[in-house]
Design a protein around this ligand. Structure first.
Ligand code: NAD
Length: 252
């Protein structure tokens, strides 16, 4: 029980990679505070599937800074602390520069940066205030292989994840004196709701073939890396970005 009674806040924690993280933390004794955007039915189903007790749901749209602050205050009201923050929520929008008009281009950039980068930055700010006072904490970001390999048709997504890597590493340095470690995971394709349509479509076989294992990741395999970074014994790995991509892209 590596995380017994630790309070773990996971953004977008009720499906996909976020849900897999919640399951893994709960199996290790953690109490999960799961953020969701709008799908209450899905959120309630997830919370009932988690082992252990006292897990709670928190609705908040991460593109709204006030909603983020209110959510963190609610978690603190309920649990009195936040030990681990997993910045997982994200969107992946298609907006190729040679196909979309200027208005769409701007809308997609604004939307993506607001959730993937600003949402994570604002949630980190609010949770870090608590962790700084407590002189302890773990912050993990779910980034992406796309930050390194490029995202030709989702450039705002790639840029948002590159920004997240830079932000996370800045925070690893800034927050170390407060005993707070910060790490990132950079998955390649993962089998989740986000990618289901692409994987089932005509590109599915070639996407799987990007890895010599000829498959994409399971969400649990990403969760494994998230829990590694959140583990007390991984403290010295602060600032690390862990590739979780089945050798589909090897950066040097
Ligand atoms: P998903 O779409 O299944 O889950 C994303 C979650 O984020 C959902 O719960 C969604 O509701 C939430 N979310 C989105 N916008 C939000 C908002 N404004 N406010 C609150 N919550 C919001 O996708 P996933 O595959 O589980 O992705 C999780 C993370 O992993 C994302 O950051 C994604 O970029 C990253 N990632 C995924 C893949 C992949 O292939 N699936 C690869 C690399 C990185």
């Amino acid at each position: 029980m590596r995380f017994k009674d630790k309070i773990v806040l996971i953004s977008g924690g009720t499906r996909g990679i976020g849900k897999a993280c919640a399951m893994s933390f709960a199996e290790e004794g953690a109490i999960c505070a799961l953020n969701y955007r709008s799908n209450k039915t899905e959120a309630e189903k997830t919370i009932h599937e988690l082992p252990g007790k006292n897990h709670r749901l928190y609705q908040a749209d991460l593109s709204n800074p006030i909603a983020i602050e209110e959510m963190v205050n609610s978690v603190l009201n309920d649990f009195g602390t936040i030990d681990v923050l997993v910045n997982n929520a994200g969107i992946h929008e298609h907006h190729p520069i040679d196909k979309v008009d200027y208005k769409t281009w701007q809308d997609e950039w604004n939307k993506t940066i607001q959730v993937n980068l600003m949402g994570a930055a604002n949630l980190t700010f609010c949770c870090a205030q608590v962790m700084i006072k407590q002189n302890q904490g773990k912050i993990i970001f779910v980034s992406s292989r796309g930050a390194f390999r490029g995202e030709p048709d989702q450039p705002a997504y790639g840029a948002s994840k590159g920004g997240l890597n830079s932000f996370g590493q800045s925070m690893a340095q800034k927050l170390a004196p407060y005993n707070i470690s910060v790490g990132l995971v950079a998955p390649g394709f993962v089998q989740t709701e986000m990618t289901a349509a692409i994987l089932e479509g005509e590109r599915g076989a070639s996407i799987k073939a990007q890895s010599p294992y000829n498959r994409v990741a399971k969400a649990e395999e990403v969760a494994h890396a998230v829990l590694f970074l959140a583990d007390e014994k991984s403290f010295w790995s602060t600032g690390t970005i862990i590739d979780v991509n089945g050798a589909s892209y090897l950066r040097t």
